[in-house]
Design a binder for this molecule. Structure first.
Ligand SMILES: Cc1cc2nc3c(=O)[nH]c(=O)nc-3n(C[C@H](O)[C@H](O)[C@H](O)COP(=O)(O)O)c2cc1C
Length: 372
C-alpha cells in the first residue's frame, strides 16, 4: 500500500531507508525534552532528521557546534539517531536579524510598548539595510563559518548538511532586501553569489558529504514570501547552486512574511491544501535532475504515496505530521495507517507553543502519553 514511501532512495549520494524525513523544526525545549523528542522521531521510523537552525558560528541563543557543550549535544543526538538506524542532517544557518536593531527595540518590548509581532515587523524592516550595508569582511567571515560548521557537523556525526536558503542566504537572494551595488547585489547572478559561496565553502570543507539546500521560493501573484528566490529567477539560481555542490533541494515557500504562510494552517486562504508547496517543486524540476524533497501539509499518507510514486518528489519532509505522530512510518509499515494521529494543521501547540515560549508541542501529546 505504501511501497514507495517505504522504499529506500539515494538522496544526493546518501542512502535513506525510506522517503520520510523530519523537516527542520525548532523546539524551544530543555535539552532533555529535545533529546527525548528526537529519540521518539528516530525510533518512529523516519529515514532522516534534519536538525533546524544549527548556527555557523558561536551563538548565545542556539546550540552551536563551535562550543564544547553544543558539540557534545549534537554528538549525543547523532548517537541516538544512528542507534535507531536514522540519518542526521544539520541545517546550517546564519540569522539575518540585525542584533543592534534588536537591542534598540528591547526596552519597548520589555515595557510591552511593542508586541512580539510588532518586533518581528521592525526586525524585518531592518533586514534590507543590514544586508545592503554589510561589509565584505563580515560576509567573508560568515561564508568561512559555513565551511567550518560543516566540518564540525561531520565530526559530530552528522551524515548530511543542509544549507538554509532562507535567513541570510535568502535575504541576499531577494531583490526586496538586497540593494547592494557590488558583486553581491544587482543581477540575479550577483544576488545568488552569497548562497553559492556558502555552498562552495561547505563543499571545500567536506568533499564527498551530501549537501541539501533549503530552497525558499517567493511568489508575486498573489504575493507570498519576501526573502528567498523569486519564481522567475529559479532558472538562474538552481543551476548555479547545483554547480557549487548542492546534491538535493528541499523546496518550500520563502520566509519574512507571516509565519502562518510558511507553516500554513488548514484554514490558510491560499496554502490550506495538502502538498501546498509542491507546485514550487514542479518549477524547480525544470532546471535540475537532482532529488527533490517536498514539504508543507503532507499529512495524508495516501496523498504522499501518490506524489512519490509519480516521481514528482523523491522524499517527503514533515514537521507537524511527525510532531503529531512520531510513529507514523512504523504504523505504515505495520499496516496501522488508520491508527496514525493525523495532523490537522491547527498550529495551536506547535507554532503556537513556540511563539508563547512554551516550546513546540502538539495537541495529541496527552493522548499519546496515555497510549504509551
Ligand atoms: C514549531 C515549528 C518550528 C519550525 N522551525 C523551523 C526551523 O528551525 N527551520 C526551518 O527551516 N523550518 C522550520 N519550520 C518549518 C518546517 O520545517 C516546515 O517547513 C513547515 O512546518 C511546513 O511543513 P509541515 O506542514 O510538515 O509542518 C518549523 C515549523 C514548526 C511548526
Amino acid at each position: 500500500m505504501y511501497e514507495t514511501i517505504l522504499s529506500p532512495v539515494d538522496y544526493g549520494g546518501l542512502r535513506l531507508k525510506n522517503r520520510i524525513l523530519f523537516a527542520p523544526t525548532t523546539f524551544g525545549l530543555s535539552d532533555e525534552e529535545t533529546l527525548a523528542k528526537y529519540r521518539a522521531l528516530a525510533e518512529g521510523g523516519c529515514a532522516m532528521i534534519i536538525v533546524g537552525d544549527v548556527p555557523v558560528g558561536k551563538s548565545r541563543f542556539e546550540k552551536s557546534l563551535f562550543d564544547a557543550k553544543g558539540f557534545a549535544f549534537y554528538q549525543q543526538l547523532a548517537e541516538i539517531a544512528h542507534a535507531a538506524d536514522c540519518k542526521l542532517c544539520a541545517q546550517l544557518h546564519q540569522s539575518d536579524s540585525d542584533l543592534l536593531a534588536m537591542l534598540k527595540y528591547l526596552p519597548a518590548l520589555l515595557t510591552k510598548k511593542l508586541t512580539p509581532d510588532q518586533l518581528r515587523e521592525k526586525l524585518n524592516e531592518a533586514v534590507g539595510p543590514y544586508i545592503t550595508k554589510m561589509p565584505k569582511r563580515k560576509i567573508q567571515t560568515i561564508l568561512d563559518g559555513f565551511g567550518k560548521a560543516a566540518l564540525l557537523a561531520r565530526q559530530a556525526g552528522f551524515d548530511m548538511v543542509q544549507v538554509h536558503g532562507d535567513r541570510m542566504c535568502g535575504s541576499f537572494s531577494s531583490a526586496l532586501f538586497n540593494h547592494r551595488t557590488d558583486e553581491y547585489g544587482g543581477s540575479a547572478e550577483n544576488r545568488a553569489r552569497f548562497a553559492v559561496e556558502a555552498v562552495r565553502a561547505v563543499r571545500t570543507a567536506v568533499p564527498g558529504m551530501p549537501i541539501d539546500y533549503k530552497l525558499a521560493v517567493r511568489q508575486e501573484d498573489p504575493h507570498f514570501g519576501n526573502a528567498g528566490v523569486a519564481e522567475e529567477e529559479l532558472s538562474v539560481f538552481v543551476p548555479l547552486l547545483e554547480q557549487a555542490g548542492v546534491t538535493s533541494f528541499h523546496v518550500t515557500l520563502a520566509n519574512h512574511s507571516a509565519l502562518e504562510d510558511t507553516i500554513p494552517p488548514a484554514s490558510h486562504p491560499y496554502f490550506g491544501q495538502p502538498g501546498c508547496f509542491l507546485k514550487f517543486c514542479d518549477e524547480v524540476r525544470q532546471y535540475t535532475a537532482l532529488p527533490l524533497c517536498g514539504v508543507g501539509g503532507l499529512n495524508d499518507p495516501d496523498f504522499v504515496e501518490q506524489q512519490l510514486a509519480s516521481g514528482r518528489i523523491q522524499c517527503a519532509a514533515m514537521s507537524r505530521p511527525l510532531l503529531a505522530d512520531p510513529d507514523l512510518v512504523n504504523k505504515l509499515k505495520n499496516g496501522q495507517a488508520a491508527q496514525i494521529h493525523r495532523c490537522v494543521r491547527c498550529n495551536k501547540k506547535c507554532l503556537g507553543g513556540l511563539m508563547a515560549h512554551q516550546g513546540t508541542r502538539c495537541i495529541y501529546d496527552a493522548l499519546r502519553a496515555k497510549e504509551a
